[in-house]
Design a protein around this ligand. Sequence first.
Ligand SMILES: C[S@@+](CC[C@H](N)C(=O)[O-])C[C@H]1O[C@@H](n2cnc3c(N)ncnc32)[C@H](O)[C@@H]1O
Length: 254
Amino acid sequence: MRQPISHRKGIPFYYPKSALEFQQDMYERYDEIVTRQSLLHNADLLWGGYPFQPVFDFAERHYPQGDNINILEIGCGVGRWIAGLAKRYPDSTCWGIDYSYQMLKRANEFWIAGKEVVLDGSDRGLGQSSIQREQIENLKLGLAKAEDLPFDDNTQNLVVNSFLLDRLEEPRKGLEEMYRVLQVGARLIVVTPLNFKRAQHWELLYPSHKISELLKEIGFTIVDWQEDIHVNEPLDRHGNYLSWKCLGFVVEKI
Ligand SMILES: C[S@@+](CC[C@H](N)C(=O)[O-])C[C@H]1O[C@@H](n2cnc3c(N)ncnc32)[C@H](O)[C@@H]1O
């Protein structure tokens, strides 16, 4: 693995994110986006029901056997999925990579520093709640881009990501990096809405058979494919929600 370029409050940086890049990245907006993500990923503790459970249900049956492996989540946000994997595989090394320092800082508070975090959902009628989280020893976090992962070739036994692929500036490069770091025979699990931000990504990746062609071109073989994973993202206490129709796929490096 590459050495980090710098550290900020315990988070290693593998990408030299500039002040302008910080400013332009909506995922660095602490109160608006990071608090919202924190509320969503603690929804089951706060008001019952976990909105991302359909992601876990899809992924579950494809997890590897055994322990003492390398697991990587890319675009881990506030870290709920990779923290769960780290607990499930206590003898494994689990990395959560994200491009947002603020997301990683929050993930670190939740899952590594074991801090009590106050979440303010008052603007959605959800009030304030405080959550005491955990100190998971086999979980590591780092700032890097999906398109330039700091891991060596053929080192990961499982790579996962959710709600990332359609956010990437270079989705093809991101998938190629996921392929590069996986060991032969190891799997990539992806759940993503098809809600691309750029016209050229709609051309490259839509409809979804173009994604499967791209995956095969990169060198993957398709193991599972599901086009209708529905994730309902709660918006407020009244029960309004955003409904995401997601594509889920599992592919293996051959
Ligand atoms: C919509 S959020 C999803 C977070 C989490 N995976 C989930 O399902 O809730 C997208 C995340 O991807 C991260 N991200 C965006 N572009 C990225 C990139 N090029 N490399 C790594 N992470 C990226 C963002 O910082 C953000 O945390």
